[in-house]
Design a protein around this ligand. Structure first.
Ligand code: CDP
Length: 238
C-alpha cells in the first residue's frame, strides 16, 4: 500500500493503448476515482495555444504561466480540467493539441505541475491514475501497476473508431498509424514501464476483457495486502 494509505492503481502505456477509457471503467467498477494525467498535459497545451504565439518561441516559463489558468475539478467519479473555469473536453482531443502536446510534456516544470495536480487529486481517494509515468515518477509505491500495449495498427483503428464513430478505411488507419508511431517516438523518454508493472497486450482483447483482468488483479492484490497486514498485526507483541 502506498504512503497515503489509499489504493493507487497506475495504468501506463503508449498513445491510444486504451489507458483512459480502461482506467475510467475500472474506477467505476471499484467505486474509485479516475485521474487522467494526459488530460492535464493536453489542457496546459490548449491554454498555451490560446495565447496565439508561434510554437517555435514557446518557453517553459510561458507554458507554466498558461497552465495556471487550468483547474482540475471533480466530475462524477473522475476529474476534468477547466481552462478559465470553462469545460474544454472537445478542444483537448483536437488535432492542434495532439500535435503540440508532446513538446509541452517534455518540459520538466510542466511535468512537475501535472504531477502535483495528480497527487493532489489522489490524496483523499482510492484512485486509478493513467498516463506514461504514473507507476514510475509519480506513484512508485502504487498498489498495482499495469502497462498496456497494443499493436500500432490496432491502436490507430480504435482511436479512429472513437473519433469518427464508424469503421475507418485501411488508408485512414495507415495514416493514423503513422501519426501514432511519430508521437510514440516523441514521447519515448517520458513513457516508462515500471519494473514491477504487469504488462497487458490488448491487441486481441475487448475493452471488457481488459477491464475484467485489471479489476481481478486489483482484487487479488488488495486481498493479499490485507491478509499480509492481518498476519503482521498478529505477529506483533501483545
Ligand atoms: O490518449 P493518448 O494516449 O493519445 O494521450 P494522452 O494520455 O491524452 O496524453 C497526451 C500526451 O501527454 C502524450 O502524447 C504525452 O506527450 C503526454 N503525457 C505524458 O508525457 N505523461 C503522462 N503521464 C501522460 C501524458
Amino acid at each position: 500500500m502506498n504512503g497515503a494509505q489509499h489504493v493507487v492503481i497506475a495504468i501506463d502505456g503508449p498513445a491510444a493503448s486504451g489507458k483512459s477509457s480502461t482506467a475510467q471503467w475500472v474506477a467505476q467498477q471499484l467505486a474509485f476515482r479516475h485521474v487522467d494525467s494526459g488530460a492535464l498535459y493536453r489542457a496546459a497545451t490548449a491554454a498555451q495555444l490560446r495565447r496565439g504565439t508561434g510554437e517555435e518561441s514557446w518557453t517553459e516559463e510561458e507554458v507554466c504561466e498558461a497552465a495556471r489558468k487550468v483547474r482540475l475539478v471533480p466530475r462524477g467519479t473522475s476529474f476534468t480540467p477547466l481552462i478559465d473555469g470553462q469545460s474544454v473536453d472537445e478542444e483537448l482531443r483536437g488535432l492542434e493539441v495532439t500535435k503540440h502536446v508532446s513538446r509541452v510534456a517534455s518540459m520538466p516544470r510542466v511535468r512537475d505541475w501535472v504531477n502535483d495536480r495528480v497527487r493532489e487529486a489522489a490524496r483523499d481517494h482510492d484512485v486509478v491514475v493513467d498516463g506514461r509515468d504514473m507507476g514510475t515518477a509519480v506513484f512508485p509505491d502504487a498498489t498495482l501497476k499495469v502497462f498496456l500495449v497494443a499493436d500500432p495498427w490496432e491502436r490507430a483503428r480504435r482511436r479512429l473508431v472513437q473519433q469518427l464513430g464508424r469503421s475507418p478505411t485501411d488508408e485512414e488507419i495507415a495514416e493514423e498509424t503513422g501519426r501514432l508511431v511519430q508521437r510514440d517516438a516523441r514521447d519515448a523518454t517520458q513513457t516508462v514501464q515500471a519494473k514491477d508493472a504487469i504488462l497487458i497486450d490488448t491487441t486481441y482483447l475487448t475493452q471488457e476483457e481488459q477491464v475484467e483482468r485489471i479489476v481481478a488483479l486489483v482484487k487479488a492484490v488488495t486481498q493479499r495486502d490485507s491478509t499480509t497486514s492481518a498476519v503482521d498485526d498478529d505477529s506483533g507483541p501483545g
